[in-house]
Write a protein that binds this ligand. Sequence first.
Ligand code: SF4
Length: 92
Amino acid sequence: GWKTATVVLGAAFGVPGIAVDTHLTRLARRLGFSTEKNPEKIGADLERLFPKEKWVFVHHALILFGRYRCTARKPRCEGCPLYSECLSQGAW
Ligand code: SF4
């Protein structure tokens, strides 16, 4: 699909893009980076917000943040470094 194509383009041909998985979808919406539900549109929103040279970092940072801090079912909001900026703080 689109996510795989984005990863392959980046890895094989050096064409950067933000591949949106389940973590990026959740985080982009919780943090207010995007109001979209479609991963392709969320990716486009993220690519508009961040400079191209940061896309790889943004991709990995959001995946790790989503995996270890802002998890799907029980995000660890207490002590979260993004708490003051987050649109979803305390929703759990
Ligand atoms: S405050 Fe909570 S919902 Fe917001 S980014 Fe942090 S862990 Fe996620």
